[in-house]
Design a protein around this ligand. Structure first.
Ligand code: ADP
Ligand code: MG
Length: 581
């Protein structure tokens, strides 16, 4: 898909509009009807005035006129509603497609994107599809039809004068053709600036405490204002060109009027046409204004929408995982899964250095394996590769004896409980957070896990218990509480493989000891991999994998490694102790 050229914007637009083509057509018909009933009104009015002047009964004409006014209003309102509703549905379709897609993005694609910019594409760029649908497509259809009808009428009156008019309008078309790409470019830049603003906002709000504590408000404010001003500048540029395009219709009509007057006058002088014909033709020239404006408006609106569509489409071309499929969690007592790495080489991107230079180890099913090593050694990366957030460049990673590449992704992840290094907690209630990965867990199970992860005290203390809202990124919890929530969340999935990345680093000694017992208990029935910084955790492990600079240095028990591996001996003597172990 990435090798093929992106489809043109109009094809994309039609793709989003196709499901709504019949309602859109209905809306267009209704607005044509509104126009037609509007045109009939002067005719009926003329009859009415005629009747009045000749002192005839006007009841019939009055009734007809009232009916026409009502029909015009009702059809007009209905048409406007149907069009707007359809346009909103097109926006909805685009937003749904984008949201689903963004959830499936490969982590590597997210690493290289700005979440704020992706957010702007879902929220702001899709909004621009609304006007394109309701004004551009319908304007083109109704304006184009009216324009064609008027041109036919003009042709019936006088072909030569029609030629003159068409020439002038074609000139206007050339002008619009020159202006349109500028509107497109300016809109694209304006939307890009909105994306930059989203990214700047995300950056600030994601670390507001740090920004305040660092006294960096003024600098961050400048970045935000800069993005807002850039969006303003580009939108003003787009507005300038749109205004120019909008007035081209009026100008073209004036020019057509004068030209028709001159050419028509000459033709009257030679007797080719009579004065009545010329007057009728001139009236038609003025009839052209409204549809011409509509068509030109459609073209300029389309440029705006096309720019937004391209941005939407760019997001839809980022590398993504296959569509997610709901899979059941492992049954209680499911077989624990072994894990192995064989000569795994990996780097986060082609232009970055290797993080794993041929990592090899085997972890049997059941029991606890600790990963230790200096920061940056590649321990977290081991877990990311097991979860298949990334794919290795070479080598094989197997879970339960099967290459992770051969697993169906949702099934692989359903088998694993993963506690990330910084134990993210989502905004929402405590319950939402606990049940994120196991929505079906029953109350007894939740209560049991809450107890074993020592969250029961917290739950009892909180005003609304499990229903208490924990704030954006769990800001209303302490670091240790967040870690225990994350561990409980992973345990509730009854994983066949549990990955704990420094999951107890922020716990106090009492809680840490309790959680160590819990994890040791879990390790009796499940495979547990822990990245550990505490001697106490490491000494209870069945085996320890020592990593350094993207390689496995040694594997063994604490006793063996203290004696046999100098780096481990040093870590044990300094780092583990310093970490409070
Ligand atoms: P550890 O957990 O052992 O401290 P990591 O596995 O987190 O180490 O990181 C190993 C190396 O990979 C580090 O040098 C780190 O800077 C780099 N790294 C980690 N994550 C990414 C990423 N998403 N993109 C690029 N480089 C990364
Ligand atoms: Mg790490």
């Amino acid at each position: 898909m990435t090798e093929t050229a992106p489809p043109p914007a109009w094809r994309l637009l039609l793709g989003y509009v196709r499901p709504h083509r019949w309602t859109l057509l209905g809306g267009a018909v209704l607005s044509l009807l509104t126009g037609a009933t509007g045109l009939l009104l002067p005719l009926v009015a003329r009859g009415l005035i005629d009747d009045l002047a000749h002192e005839r009964a006007v009841t019939g004409a009055l009734l007809a006129m009232s009916a026409l006014v009502v029909v015009n209003a009702v059809v007009g309102a209905l048409g406007a509603y149907v069009l707007r509703r359809t346009a909103e549905s097109v926006v909805l379709g685009a937003r749904r497609a984008l949201s689903s897609y963004l959830l499936r993005l490969r982590i590597a694609a997210v690493d290289r994107s700005e979440p704020g910019d992706l957010m702007a594409r879902i929220t702001s760029d899709t909004t621009l599809l609304r006007t394109v649908t309701s004004e551009s497509l319908v304007g083109l259809a109704t304006g184009g039809l009216t324009l064609a009808a008027t041109v036919v009428m003009m042709g019936l009156v006088d072909a030569v004068l029609l030629g003159v008019t068409v020439a002038v309008i074609a000139g206007a078309g050339v002008v619009i053709g020159l202006i349109a790409p500028r509107i497109n470019r300016a809109t694209k830049e304006a939307q890009r600036a909105v994306g930059l603003m989203g990214a700047a906002l995300e950056r600030v709000l994601g670390a507001l405490r740090t920004v305040k504590a660092s006294g960096a408000e003024a600098r961050e404010e400048r970045a935000l204002h800069g993005a807002a001003e850039e969006s303003w500048r580009q939108s003003v540029r787009a507005a300038k060109w749109s205004a120019a395009a909008g007035n081209t219709a009026g100008l073209a009509i004036q020019v057509a009027f004068l030209t028709v007057l001159a050419v028509g006058g000459a033709r009257v002088a030679t007797g080719a046409v009579d004065v009545g014909t010329l007057v009728a033709f001139l009236l038609y020239v003025f009839f052209l204004i409204s549809p011409l404006q509509q068509v030109i408006g459609a073209v300029t609106q389309y440029q705006t929408g096309a720019a937004a569509l391209v941005r939407v489409q760019e997001a839809l071309r980022l590398p993504a995982e296959p569509p997610v499929r709901a899979v059941p969690l492992p049954a209680p007592g499911a077989r624990p899964a072994a894990v192995s790495f064989r000569d795994v080489r990996f780097r986060y991107a082609d232009d970055l250095p290797y993080v794993h230079h041929g990592v090899t180890f085997t972890v049997p099913a059941r029991g606890m394996t600790a990963f230790v090593g200096p920061s940056g050694a590649g321990k977290t990366t081991v877990f990311s590769l097991i979860e298949r957030f990334y794919d290795p460049e070479s080598g094989v990673i197997a879970v339960d004896g099967r290459d992770v590449a051969d697993w169906e992704l949702p099934e692989l992840r359903a088998a694993i409980g993963y506690v990330e290094q910084d134990a993210p907690v989502l905004s929402g209630s405590l319950r939402d957070n606990l049940l994120l990965g196991s929505p079906e867990a029953d109350a007894d199970e939740v209560a049991r896990v809450v107890r074993t992860t020592r969250l029961d005290g917290l739950v009892a203390r909180l005003p609304d218990g499990l229903e208490t809202l924990v704030g954006h990124r769990g800001t209303k919890l302490s670091g240790g509480e967040r870690q225990r929530v994350a561990i409980a969340r992973a345990l509730l999935r009854r994983p066949r493989l549990l990955l704990l990345d420094e999951a107890t680093s922020q716990l106090d000694a009492v809680n840490e000891a309790a959680l160590r017992d819990t994890v040791a208990d879990v390790a009796r029935t499940t495979t547990v991999l822990v990245v550990a910084h505490r001697l106490s955790t490491v000494t209870t492990a069945d085996r320890i994998v020592v990593m350094d600079a993207g390689r496995v240095r040694a594997v063994g028990t604490h006793r063996e490694l203290v004696a046999g591996d100098p780096l481990y001996a040093e870590l044990a003597a300094t780092q583990f102790l310093a970490a409070g172990g």
